[in-house]
Ligand binder design. Structure first.
Ligand code: SIN
Ligand code: FE2
Length: 217
């Protein structure tokens, strides 16, 4: 699926792979911006540190998370919600870095969703072994707006399913700089991430970082 990562690296924008109607991978779309994105992630996570949230039912997520933007996604024993304040500090989430907004806007437009203006960015950090089970992104208010998902650091296998949890999934290998966009008829498709394989990446060290940019409010 990602046969020519070398070409992608130098092309910056290595092409579009359609996953479904309204869903695609933009190979290497964030490669050029990756250093600026990682700098901004450092700034955000200095203010709103990485934490392992708890899901309703009590399990602690293996993925570490933070947020930037007017709204931040949070999970605790009572449920999932977007909120303006970081529950750890009770201060607003750090502002959305300009590099995030620009990349999200450009990637959405490239995927056919012009005018995307994210107000929430969930930042996920996967250490080796961390995974994200199949879920839908459905805590946002307006499902006409897409999700823009940016992969940085170690490669991962993204699972892209259908509208029902039991639907078959496509296993999509994602590399540093790849961006997945899903919206329109694919907006509520189930998706997840297989347990991260161990490794070392020059940009991030021993982890993968994913940004998911949303219009939440
Ligand atoms: C997510 O679904 O929030 C993240 C997906 C990913 O890490 O690629
Ligand atoms: Fe998601």
């Amino acid at each position: 699926m990602h046969a020519d990562s070398q070409t992608d690296l130098f092309a910056g924008d290595g092409g579009v792979v359609m996953l479904a109607d309204g869903a695609c991978v933009l190979r290497g779309f964030a490669t050029q911006a990756s250093a600026a994105l990682l700098d901004a992630i450092d700034t955000v996570t200095t203010i709103a540190p990485w934490r392992h949230m708890v899901v309703p039912g009590g399990r602690r997520m293996s993925v570490a998370m933070s947020n930037a933007g007017a709204l931040g996604w949070n999970s605790d024993a009572r449920g999932y919600r977007y909120a303006t304040l970081d529950p750890l500090s009770e201060a607003p989430w750090p502002p959305m870095p300009a590099a995030f907004t620009q990349l999200a806007r450009d990637a959405a437009a490239r995927a056919g969703f012009a005018g995307f203006e994210p107000d929430a960015c969930l930042i996920n950090r996967y250490a080796p072994g961390a995974r994200l089970s199949l879920h839908q992104d459905r805590d946002e208010r307006d499902f006409s707006q897409p999700i823009v998902s940016v992969s940085l650091g170690l490669p991962a296998v993204f699972l892209f399913g259908g509208p029902k949890r039991a639907d078959p999934t496509q296993a999509v290998p994602l590399q540093h700089g790849d961006v997945v966009v899903w919206g329109g008829p694919s907006r509520l498709r189930f998706h997840g991430v297989r347990p991260l394989a161990d490794g070392e990446h020059p940009a991030t060290g021993r982890c993968r970082i994913n940004l998911t940019l949303r219009r939440a409010g």
